[in-house]
Design a protein around this ligand. Sequence first.
Ligand code: GLA
Length: 391
Amino acid sequence: MSEMKEIILNKFNEVFGDAEGTKAYFAPGRVNLIGEHTDYNGGHVFPCALTIGTYGVARKREDKKCRFYSMNFEDLGVIEADISGGIKPAKELDWVNYPLGVVWAFAEKGMKIDCGFDLLLNGNIPNGSGLSSSASVEVLTGFILRDLFGFDVTNQDLALIGQFSENKFNGVNCGIMDQFAIAMGKKDHAIFLDTATLQYEYAPLKLEGAKIVIACSNKKRGLGDSKYNERRQECEDALAALQTMVNIKSLGDLDEATYEKLSPVIKDGTKCRRARHAVYENQRTIEAVRALKAGNIKAFGQLMNESHKSLRDDYEVTGKELDTLVDAAWKVPGVIGSRMTGAGFGGCTVSIVKEENVEEFIKSVGENYEKNIGYKADFYVVEVGDGPSVI
Ligand code: GLA
């Protein structure tokens, strides 16, 4: 038995009285290598699942109660929800709104659970870091419900149900990238996903002696969600203006040249820059995957750097903390590419760093960050792993 499995089973036993009839599960976190803020614009993304994520222990109950316990929020104790009279989000349910939202989403899709369950979670993804701890909880919950209640859904369905619950139950208007990357993860591969059609392809991550290093800014996101929804709206407005000129469904339908020709129709300068990012980032992602497949990791890294600049200047979602991490990274020898990852406004950067320079990278970027920002960043050298599983 793995060490983690033993830890979570023991804790379940302690919290819920016994661990009779339980099963243990895992769902990963994710990091996006390139293709940022393109997933709600009908563009491409290129994320991968990580070997860090969320562990869970669950079992069915006889009654209609659901009891939840998180080892990441131990001070909140056991949180209980009764599912007999309909399921609604509630502030006092705190983090439980995420798993409960998935129970609700299954019911909305015609898959009602006929009894409650006990669920214990333990995640090793740094919280609020932009490595999708919430999507990991959503996909894990979906995976567990499928296993416990025998629902006939695919892993891709689990991704869509997770996104639906986040949009409609938790009020965050996210795209499909995070849940898809987690539900469909494959060891040592990134997922090249067209978010307009959900067609996807696994691309082997041959990094030739380089590592993926995550730097976590430790900046709390705060306004992140409202700014996220604001960016979505700006893109929708820009799209509506473009649609008066051309028959397109999303910004992902445009290449750079067509966008440049049509962009004067977007009268608002800010919205124009938002759309420019969405169009160029999508094309950059397609080009980056082509470069990676051709074994040109250097070109891939350069496109990551370009992606950061566009997120900084056109999309304006980086901020001082992420820019400091990336600027410092670009100065370290052996850095193939470095950019912010995820929604932005705090969270993490992702860098591809030659193995022999990783130590120097962590030291140099860490010192630079603390000197300029006043508190420490955390670093994680991550591995690319599989989607959810029974452990
Ligand atoms: C968050 C959202 C994703 C995606 C990214 C930005 O992680 O959950 O759907 O939009 O931001 O690329």
